[in-house]
Write a protein that binds this ligand. Structure first.
Ligand code: ADP
Ligand code: MG
Length: 721
């Protein structure tokens, strides 16, 4: 019977409960998983030589007959067993030695012919093979061997020796050798696959067909063959992702929505009332957004810009203009502190806004009616006011998408730091419109995302970029601080605080390798512990004379808000926090950013953290504390000091750490192979071009059913954030 890709692994020959549980540990459930468990590298045992040519230090393969094999105890360490064999070919003989693997004796009986791959070593003038990999290829009596010049004489279909040998990600009790035993016969008995990649895509990119690619990536003849196969698999995932995002984009473009056309006068008034002039790229972004809003199909746009570049102002204007057209706006932020801040910003920008500017948090709701008139509401009443349209702009956290919040006439959804929200939440917000009309969508992000990633994960979004900070911002003086200079740095910080400035101390998040929930909890506690320890150290030992606060994930929302309020009002000099607590808070008097164990942060993350200072009139400082002496790490950190912008660092981060680290593994359900593909801009570009071309010919993939179902599977798999 032929094996299918969806055959469960327990149905394969030789897979019992023990092996099955180990396979499960590697995340492998069926044949598809197994065959997509790709080697990380190959051991090159392809050169087969004669025994007489072996030199100490060589790593090669020989084909030889076992002449003798014995087990003995080691002289000094009596609990260790040594297996010793005498191997011979036509050119000579050599000893091979294994430690503690006494079972080898049962396989390598005298008369057995096997390949031996390994390193030749020297002991007391004698050359021997140390711990070689072996693979039986025949028997002396059954196979007539003519020892000739060229080896091997018996050309077997080997998997462990005499070839490029795949090395896999392993787990305890399941080695690469074990995986090869499983994968090779599976490949041989696999039913032929119909390739879901269109033929012209294959030929254009010089990719092998699916079946050939699977064989080539596991048991290649040449490395080049493996490389092509690997590229194909990376491409395949990127291509499917492109089909998904571009398909979504096409589908959205077919929807109808309210066109929002503010008159020129209103627009002029709004911008004239701002206490500053928009920067050029703020102007361009605003224009792009207004152009989109005026169309009768939904906008789907991402507004990107560094922290403090003025995104909120632009989003605020878009919200205001939408409200003047009689439509509602939902403005969602990832944390209560940010929601409050956006609410305050809008109040300040549009003090005469009388159509109801609402704030909804988990335990608090209020509405501003202009002219300093503000009312607190019970949540039910607030929700009712949203439903009747009496709240025109609703700013809030997740509370905005809780059950029961329905908009009368939602025209625009704005989401801050959308990568923190799941696709589902975004969809929920879009659907909360009473008449089911899909609103315009604007998302904002200060996270610099490398282009390849942008094109892939957010490939369905149009992009506006605010590329400069408002003028008048001062350069942030940044320093890497070695342990011996810590005291000096602290003294300097004290001096700044005496002058009335404030600062943040950020501790790294302790990431747990394991992703089950128990360990996540543990890592969350570790994180809290790190913050508490640092807080105690600073408060009691380093700065007993200063007012130090702390903020972390385990504090209640109200407690967090209190700390932030105290800080904003200047009743705290320093706050110690984790990196995740707040992005984008705007506190102009905060001029000091201290990052503890800076080497444990991503570059883009450090850059973003630093963006929290330097927002006011005073000179700001950023201190990167590190214990590391490694030149690579220091070089990496120095890049933060010289980088022109966050994007540059993001690209660097992606290159240095790989997309898994960059995105955070839980942030994306992206397969590893696709992640690696992201590091090859050309591959991403080609995948996008191929997807665009195909969708132009066949927009809903009707003529490519196999591909269609693959894309649908992917949609389920990806819970991209
Ligand atoms: P972001 O949302 O990108 O982090 P904000 O919109 O919150 O940035 O703006 C940060 C600060 O800069 C705010 O205090 C805002 O009032 C101010 N700001 C925004 N645009 C400008 C500008 N063009 N000129 C001067 N200040 C500005
Ligand atoms: Mg912001």
């Amino acid at each position: 019977m032929l094996i299918k890709l969806n055959t469960p692994l327990e149905e394969l020959m030789g897979v019992g409960p023990g092996l099955l549980s180990k396979l499960k540990k590697l995340g492998l459930g069926n044949v598809h998983d197994l065959l997509y468990h790709f080697p990380t590298r190959y051991e090159d045992w392809s050169e087969v030589v004669q025994i007489s040519t072996l030199k100490p230090g060589d790593t090669n393969t020989i084909q030889a007959t076992v002449k003798e094999i014995n087990v003995r105890r080691a002289w000094k360490r009596r609990r260790m067993f040594i297996v010793e064999a005498l191997l011979a070919d036509s050119s000579g003989s050599i000893a091979a030695v294994w430690f503690n693997q006494t079972y080898i004796k049962n396989t390598l009986r005298p008369g057995v012919i096997a390949n031996f791959s390994g390193k030749a070593a020297l002991r007391k003038q004698n050359i021997y093979l140390s711990n070689p990999v072996y693979e039986v290829v025949g028997r002396e009596n059954e196979n007539v061997i003519e020892y000739g010049e060229s080896q091997p004489t018996i050309k077997a279909n080997t998997k462990h020796t005499a070839r490029l040998v795949p090395i896999y990600p392993e787990t305890k009790g399941l080695t690469s050798r074990g995986l090869r035993y499983l994968i090779q016969p599976t490949l041989e008995e696999l039913e032929p696959q119909e390739d879901f990649l269109p033929t012209d895509v294959l030929t254009q990119n010089d990719f092998p067909e699916l079946d050939a690619a699977l064989r080539a990536i596991h048991f290649p003849q040449f490395l080049e063959e493996a490389r092509k196969a690997r590229n194909r698999f990376s491409f395949e995932e990127l291509f499917l992702m492109q089909l998904k995002v571009l398909g979504d984009k096409l589908a959205l473009a077919r929807e109808k929505t309210n066109s929002i056309k503010p008159d020129a006068k209103t627009l002029k008034e709004v911008t004239a009332r701002l206490p500053f002039q928009l920067t050029p790229s703020q102007g361009t972004s605003l224009k792009e957004i207004i152009d989109d809003l005026s169309k009768d199909r939904p906008m789907n746009r991402l507004l990107q810009g560094d922290v403090g570049s003025g995104k909120t102002v632009i989003a605020g204007i878009a919200a205001y203009l939408t409200a003047t057209q009689g439509l509602q706006i939902a403005f969602m932020a990832p944390t209560e502190i940010l929601a409050r801040q956006h609410y305050a910003t809008l109040k300040k920008l549009f003090p005469e806004f009388k159509r109801g500017l609402g704030l909804i948090l988990s335990k608090e709701t209020r509405v501003y009616y202009g002219d300093e008139l503000e009312t607190e509401f019970k949540k039910a009443q607030f929700v009712a006011n949203v439903a009747t349209g009496q709240v025109a702009i609703a700013v809030g956290t997740h509370a905005l998408i809780e059950k029961g919040v329905v908009f009368d006439n939602l025209g625009l959804v704005i989401v801050d730091e959308q990568h923190r929200f799941g696709v589902k939440q975004r969809a929920a917000l879009i659907k909360s419109n009473r008449d089911g009309v899909i609103p315009h969508f604007l998302s904002m992000s200060a996270t610099p995302i490398p282009r390849t990633l942008m094109m892939t994960i957010f490939g369905d979004l149009d992009l506006s970029i605010i590329s400069e900070l408002p003028s008048g911002r001062k350069n942030i003086i940044s320093k890497i601080v070695a342990p011996e200079n810590r005291a000096k740095a602290y003294a300097f910080i004290r001096g700044q605080v005496r002058k009335g400035r404030q600062g943040f101390v950020v501790c790294p998040r302790i990431d747990s390798e394991v992703s089950d929930s128990e360990n996540k909890m543990a890592s969350k506690w570790d994180e809290v512990k790190a913050v508490k320890d640092e807080y105690n150290k600073l408060k009691h030992h380093v700065f007993p004379d200063l007012r130090v606060g702390m903020i972390h994930g385990k504090l209640k929302t109200a407690e967090k808000a209190m700390v932030m309020k105290n800080f904003t009002e200047g009743q705290l000099d320093l706050i110690v926090s984790t990196s995740v607590v707040e992005v984008g808070v705007d506190i102009p008097n905060a001029t000091i950013m201290i990052i503890e164990d800076a080497d444990r942060f991503g570059l883009a993350q450090i850059y973003q953290l630093r963006g929290r200072v330097g927002r006011g009139e005073h000179q700001s400082f950023c201190f990167l504390f590190t214990e590391s002496q490694s030149e690579t790490i220091l070089k990496r950190l120095r890049a933060v000091l010289t980088a022109k912008n966050g994007f540059e660092l993001a690209e660097m981060d992606l290159e240095l750490r790989g997309p898994g680290e960059f995105l955070g593994s839980e942030q994306s359900g992206m397969p590893d192979i696709a992640m690696r593909g992201l590091q090859h801009p050309t591959l991403v570009k080609n995948a996008r071009a191929a997807a665009e071309k195909l969708l132009a010919e066949d927009p809903s993939l009707e003529r490519h059913p196999l591909l269609r179902s693959k894309v649908d599977d992917l949609a389920v798999l990806l819970h991209l954030e």
